[in-house]
Design a protein around this ligand. Structure first.
Ligand SMILES: Cc1cc2nc3c(=O)[nH]c(=O)nc-3n(C[C@H](O)[C@H](O)[C@H](O)COP(=O)(O)OP(=O)(O)OC[C@H]3O[C@@H](n4cnc5c(N)ncnc54)[C@H](O)[C@@H]3O)c2cc1C
Length: 397
């Protein structure tokens, strides 16, 4: 079987590489590949500036229909755009959190025509950033136990409650929001999905700090927030089904993102080790050589697993188990890669961004700190293994 890229796919990869070298300010290009840091300071300014340029080139949602801002490209092109932008650390390429990878596809599948026309073109043009609010203080893995409510009153919904760990919420324009519209006893059947303008009155965002020193998440507080009926996505009470499908997109996309990021750190470690051996000579160098070889092999496996989930999915075919496999493998690999990068960077890996660390050491440190959360977001490793064991292998619950 030929796993190679076609000539036009290779050209696309090259165009994105050239774009990254030309359009990204040097300090951002040399900076960290940390996904969560992109919603802060200099990276966020760059994301706002650079995404409309990526959108103009047709790299955001390229497989979406032309009517909604896409260019009807193949699913593999969409995967390549996503992976290459992750490889180069171009900030904003998921248009906030999930804009391109699961909110766009979910709106295509379940949104009204008005919602598609209102939200998809600004995403594909790089102009509207999103956040995703599912988790609550008492509802993470067991998402269906969430408590925040949307109650129909006087021709609109009144929303009350609290969300937590909402990535990108301090800077996002719109929110993809899961709420309870039915009774607590109806559990899964009582959930509905909404889109919400983040400037809506009654919504307060309190930024939450991460150990990377930035505030990538927020807590959302809803105090009788009025939401128009037309902001409901699909049918009331069907939110659980839509979110289960959206999670397949999320997990497959996580696989693609970490495939790109791990490949980048692998390439950099190999280049550095080739030129200025970080691990010195002798036995340590031999160990480093073997570890790098292993990382290169695993990085290739990661890419194949990610493609196996994302390409059919972005072509419209459900891939529940494959997306869980891609998610668990890619995120656990990102932690092994970060660990190795720190080992090879040695004490330089402990220097902060403002100190005289090399680009690779800065990258290693940021990747190491942020990778901790990778096996928690989008479903913990335990939850992914449950999906693989129960749905993939037919093991009992
Ligand atoms: C970097 C990062 C970004 C995030 N971004 C977002 C976001 O944008 N939007 C959003 O809504 N949420 C976001 N989250 C929250 C994330 O989805 C939840 O943290 C995650 O689902 C786990 O929920 P919890 O933290 O409540 O842990 P819990 O669900 O309480 O889990 C605690 C532990 O118990 C284990 N566990 C729970 N249930 C089972 C089970 N059935 N079988 C085996 N083990 C189990 C878990 O694996 C975990 O180890 C983010 C989290 C992180 C770390």
């Amino acid at each position: 079987m030929d796993f190679g890229f076609t000539a036009s796919e290779i050209r696309l990869k090259q165009e994105i590489a050239d774009f990254a070298r030309r359009e990204m300010p040097a300090d951002v290009r040399e900076g960290s590949p940390d996904f969560e840091r992109q919603f802060h300071g200099r990276l966020w300014e760059t994301a706002r500036e650079i995404m409309p340029k990526a959108g103009a080139r047709g790299w955001l949602g390229p497989a979406w229909p032309v009517r909604y801002g896409g260019r009807g490209a193949s699913p593999i092109e969409q995967v390549i755009c996503f992976e290459e932008m992750a490889y180069w650390g171009i900030p904003g390429y998921d248009m906030g959190v999930g804009g391109i990878s699961w909110i766009g596809p979910s709106l295509l599948a379940h949104g009204s025509e008005t919602q598609k026309l209102e939200h998809l073109p600004p995403l594909a043009q790089g102009r509207r950033f999103w956040c995703t609010a599912y988790s609550e203080p008492g509802a993470g893995s067991d998402m269906a136990s969430l408590q925040s409510t949307a109650v129909r009153r006087n021709g609109e919904y009144a929303v009350n409650g609290q969300k937590v760990w909402t990535s990108a919420s301090p800077v996002a324009d719109w929110c993809w929001l899961l709420l309870r519209t039915g009774s607590a006893s109806s559990k899964h059947r009582g959930l509905s999905l909404f889109v919400l303008d983040m400037r809506t009155r009654g919504l307060t965002v309190r930024p939450l700090a991460a150990m990377t020193g930035t505030t990538p998440f927020g807590e959302l507080f809803f105090d009788d927030v009025r939401v128009p009926l037309e902001n409901l996505v699909g049918e009331e009470g069907m939110g659980w089904d839509y979110v289960v499908a959206a999670l397949e997109y999320e997990r497959a996309s996580v696989g693609v993102v970490y495939s790109g990021m791990v490949r980048r750190i692998t390439d950099e470690l190999i280049a550095v080790q080739r030129n200025v051996p970080l691990a010195g000579a002798g036995q340590r160098a031999g160990i480093a050589r073997h570890k790098l070889a292993e990382l290169a092999v695993e990085s290739e496996i990661c890419r194949l697993l990610a493609y196996r989930a994302a390409v059919p999915l972005w072509g419209g075919q459900p891939v529940n188990v494959e997306s869980a496999q891609a998610k668990v493998f890619s995120t656990e690999l990102s932690q092994r890669a970060a660990q190795l990068a720190m080992e090879l960077a040695g004490l330089y890996g402990q220097l902060s961004d403002t100190e005289r660390a090399t680009s690779m050491a800065r990258r290693a440190r940021a990747f190491y700190l942020s990778s901790t959360g990778n096996t928690i977001l989008a479903g913990t490793s335990e939850i992914e293994r449950n999906v693989i064991a129960q749905r993939g292998l037919g093991l009992p619950r």
